[in-house]
Ligand binder design. Structure first.
Ligand code: NDP
Length: 328
């Protein structure tokens, strides 16, 4: 049996105009899959990389990795989910921009009663990213000082709050005083407006010359060199995104000259490869949301039919916190 869904599809790479709302067939779930009637969908910068073709994928295809809703059908072999479960995911195959879809069950977790669909659709990719960045990629210790770029963004506001919860001093960067104030409200220890201030000098001042054990950089090209300059010898550069464009042509000698630095270019999927690791990371995130140490900051809501406008706003740096698509 098939059902119909409203979904955003692209047939060519390009600007926001390539996003088209279409009616698509959703077959019965295959072995290992569940069908989810979605209630809210998350917008992420990575969706823009797939739209433009920066991250190549054979066309045509859907977009999006993050959503929450109800299980309406369960495929063969799925044991941890049943029809009627409230669920969410943040690391699926492409295609979350839809009101109904099939998803591999090992990517899907049950939602605690007190976490809403909107919160989950905003948190599952961005919050789990901060989970692996802070608890797995580099295991932050209480009292450490770190730099986190674009701290008022979707991932950024989770990072500010998670750092505060860990007793970590997060120095956040953002492009305006308003965004800096927002990052501070969400727990950043210090903020730097990187449109007007010299980040490496400010970091040196704030750390009394010691600089940092780790820098988290989702901005990419524009901040790469500054980020390296903020690291102490043998520090770790976590380059996890390209909002300003990809970092290219890395000269290994630079890492040597700047103090035997380490660099990693991680992605969420490699840190939650199984249902068990996904569930453990989600439990960590949900516990902070449930006890109030992380408040899911949803800055904008758009109907799915306005996916193009939503992506334009994100690319133009007009959003703060998370953006979600609402569904009827
Ligand atoms: P954000 O909400 O953080 O939006 C991106 C922000 O980047 C902007 O708001 C802007 O903040 C800053 N920015 C700096 N330069 C530019 C530029 N030239 N164009 C646009 N924005 C710019 O997005 P997300 O929270 O969705 O993602 C943040 C980053 O994390 C992205 O690079 C994303 O790809 C990456 N990511 C990586 C993951 C991984 O596992 N590797 C997983 C999840 C996200 P400001 O105006 O303050 O500069």
């Amino acid at each position: 049996m098939t059902n119909q869904a409203k979904a955003i599809r692209i047939e060519a790479h390009g600007g926001p105009e390539v996003l088209k709302l279409a009616t698509v067939e959703v077959p019965a779930p295959a072995k290992g899959e569940v069908t989810i009637r979605q209630k809210a969908v998350g917008l992420n910068f990575i969706d823009i990389y797939f739209r433009t073709g920066l991250y190549p994928h054979p066309l045509p295809h859907g977009l999006g990795f993050e959503a929450a809703g109800d299980v309406v059908a369960v495929g063969e072999g799925v044991t941890h989910l049943k029809v009627g479960d409230r669920v969410a995911y943040g690391q699926s195959p492409l295609g979350a921009y839809a009101d109904l879809r099939n998803v591999p069950a090992d990517r899907v977790v049950k939602l605690p009663d007190s976490v809403s669909y909107d919160e989950a659709a905003a948190a599952m990719l961005k919050g789990l990213t901060v989970q692996y960045l802070f608890r797995q990629c580099y295991r932050l210790q209480e009292g450490e000082t770190i730099l986190f770029h674009a701290a008022a963004g979707g991932v950024g506001l989770f990072a500010c709050q998670w750092a505060r919860a860990l007793g970590v001093k997060l120095i956040g960067t953002a492009s305006s005083d308003e965004k800096c104030a927002l990052a501070k409200e969400h727990g950043a220890w210090e903020v730097i407006n990187y449109s007007t201030e010299n980040v490496a000098e400010r970091v040196k001042e704030l750390t009394n010359g010691a600089k940092l054990p780790v820098v988290y950089d989702g901005v990419g090209k524009d901040t790469w060199m500054t980020s390296l300059d903020c690291l102490r010898p043998r520090g770790l550069m976590v380059s996890f995104g390209n909002a300003s464009g990809p970092v290219e042509g890395v000269d290994l000698a630079l890492l040597n000259n700047k103090g035997s630095l380490y660099v990693t270019r991680p992605k969420l999927g490699d840190y939650v490869p199984t249902q068990e690791t996904m569930q453990a990371a989600a439990d960590d995130l949900f516990s902070l949301i449930i006890d109030g140490r992380i408040k899911v900051a949803i800055g904008q809501r758009f109907p799915l039919s306005e996916a193009a406008q939503a992506q334009e706003a994100l690319a133009a740096r007009k959003t703060t916190g998370a953006t979600i698509f609402t569904l009827d």
